[in-house]
Structure formats: C-alpha cells, structure tokens
Design a protein around this ligand. Sequence first.
Ligand SMILES: NC(=O)c1ccc[n+]([C@@H]2O[C@H](COP(=O)([O-])OP(=O)(O)OC[C@H]3O[C@@H](n4cnc5c(N)ncnc54)[C@H](OP(=O)(O)O)[C@@H]3O)[C@@H](O)[C@H]2O)c1
Length: 324
Amino acid sequence: MEYRELGKSGIKVSAVGLGTWQWGSREWGWGGSYGKKDVLTAFETAMELGINLIDTAELYGRGRSEELIGEALRGHREDVVIATKVSPWNLSYGRVLKAAERSLRRLGVDVIDLYQAHFPNPIVPIGNTMRAMRKLLHDGKVRCVGVSNFNLRGVSAAQNALAPIELTSNQVRYNLLDRRVEKDLLSHAASERITIIAYSPLAQGLLTGKFSPNSEPTNFVQKTNTRFSSRNLAQLSEVNRAIEEIATARGKTASQVALNWLIMRENVVAIPGIKTPQHVTDDAGAVDWRMRTDEVEKLERAAANAKFDRLSAVPNLIRALAHH
Ligand SMILES: NC(=O)c1ccc[n+]([C@@H]2O[C@H](COP(=O)([O-])OP(=O)(O)OC[C@H]3O[C@@H](n4cnc5c(N)ncnc54)[C@H](OP(=O)(O)O)[C@@H]3O)[C@@H](O)[C@H]2O)c1
C-alpha cells in the first residue's frame, strides 16, 4: 500500500481509503443490495490490505455509518485513521462541540483523527467553527482539522481562522469527469500542503466500466444522479474505451485506472464508496503503479470530449422519490 502524509499532521494515510456514505443509509436500500455483514467484512479486508483511512460523517445514515465503524474498529483502533464530519447546520461553536461528542460516542473512540466541516454555512462565521475546532484540538478530542466542499475563498478563510494551527485537508468531488478542483484548489492545496481528499472518485460508478448507453442505473444514488441519464451515458463511450485499453494493457480493472489517475498527485487521496470486500480488493490494486504520460493524456482527452449535461441531482431525485 502507498501512504502519504495528511496535510502537515504527521499522520500517514493510505492513498486509497474507504468511503462509507451509504453504510446504513435508508435500510441499506439506497446503495443496492448489501448489508452490515458485507461492510464489516469489507473493513477486515481493508485492514489486511493496509488501507487505513476511513471517511464518514454524522450525516451518513443519520449516525449509523459512524456506529458501524465503531463496531468494525474493535481491535483495530490503532491501525485506523478516522475522518468524520460535522454537518453544516452544526457549525456554530456550541453545536460543533456537541456534535463532536456525539460522533465520539457513536464511533466508540476517545479521539477523532480528522474532523471536517462537511459544507460551508454562509450564516455561521467560520471563525466561530474554527474556535470550536481549536478547543477540540486543545482537549485532545480531535487530532487535526479539515473542511469539505469549501472553495478557495472558504479554504483561505478557514486557514486564517484556525491559524497558527494548520488546516489539514479539503474534501471535494474529484474524478476524471469532475475536474473543477483543478481550477485553483488543487494548486493552492499543493503549495500549502493541504491534502485533497477526493470524494466520488469513481463518479458514483460511471468510471467502473459498467455503464454504456443501454445500462440502467442500479441503485438509488445512481438513479438520482443525472449523469446516469441515457443521453449522458452515451457520452461515456470514448472514456470507457480509453479506460478499457489502459486497463487491459496494464492488467488492471477500470476502477483501478480511474483511481490511479487521481492518486498520481502527491497531495491527493481517494475515498471510493465501498460496500463489499470485492470493492476493497479492487480499490487496493489502484496503488503502487503509475500510468505513462501518453496513457494519462489519452484518458484526459477522452474525458474532455465527453459533453455531459450539467451535473444535477434534483430532477432525478424527484423521479426516484416518486417511484420509492
Ligand atoms: N464530503 C462530501 O460532501 C461527500 C459527498 C459524496 C461522497 N463523499 C465521500 O466519498 C465516498 C465515495 O463517494 P461516492 O460513493 O459518492 O462515489 P464513488 O466512490 O465514486 O462511487 C462508489 C460506487 O461505485 C460503485 N463501484 C464499482 N466498483 C467499485 C469499486 N471497485 N470500489 C468502490 N465502488 C465501486 C459502487 O456501486 P455499485 O457496486 O452498486 O455499482 C459504489 O457505490 C463516500 O462514501 C463518502 O465517504 C463525500
């Protein structure tokens, strides 16, 4: 496994971690047919393969994801770096402190390794949030602090508010099809040694090679993402072809190629949303190799040629709810 430092914290995390957004969500129905046994076995597989970063949030499964991680952690606490998040409506000083206590209890641990503000909240001054983060650091309840879904201005404000303590990470959507982060966040993060934690690194399944114009989205998350409309899936052909050619030449899977493209950047770690031991084994094969420049260029060219409709979850969300 490849490891890299989380910001300047001295904490080493695997280049590929575990995303647990769908653990426990809506009686498991949101992410397809899998359950507690699958995710707990997946966690054990991750331990065997040296994957040590696990990402969750108080929001995921309304606390259920944190509880399941708490169960999985028994006997493994020292081997794992836990990243969790405080919801945007809990960013005021007092609410951050209370939310942290609830997360600690659900996780069954004394300290959260990385505590992240899940989204910015324009109503709550970031200074307020970061004052609470400083208290949690001081009290030994948190080891380092990050943000998520913050733009450059938000990151700079968070950095200033936390100073002289360093901001450790920014968790953002980043994959071959969603490269907005490259506009300014990525270079800023590299120069400040802030880790970019790439979420939806497989574009919620689009980059796994399983989708073509005739495919139907298989789970709730995909059904509510307009990227999975048949018009958009038709745009995937060249991307699929490029990924497949590289995967075949390298003896890799499509997901491994897509994840490898992300983690070739030194300050990026990817957290694919895993549900099964097979996902974990697959994702672990994304590290310890590098694509050649011509392969990278081929991928990026294919992705740039895919003209997707604007990414929006709303219309499909309404449709999916109507069928629920
Ligand atoms: N901070 C935020 O606001 C935010 C937002 C979204 C996500 N996240 C974090 O990022 C994580 C991942 O994001 P995501 O779930 O949206 O998207 P993702 O990781 O891009 O896609 C995950 C989906 O891809 C499919 N898949 C196929 N092969 C896979 C493989 N080898 N490994 C993993 N998945 C594979 C799975 O669905 P099937 O097997 O059913 O096809 C899975 O549900 C979340 O769990 C969460 O921790 C954070």
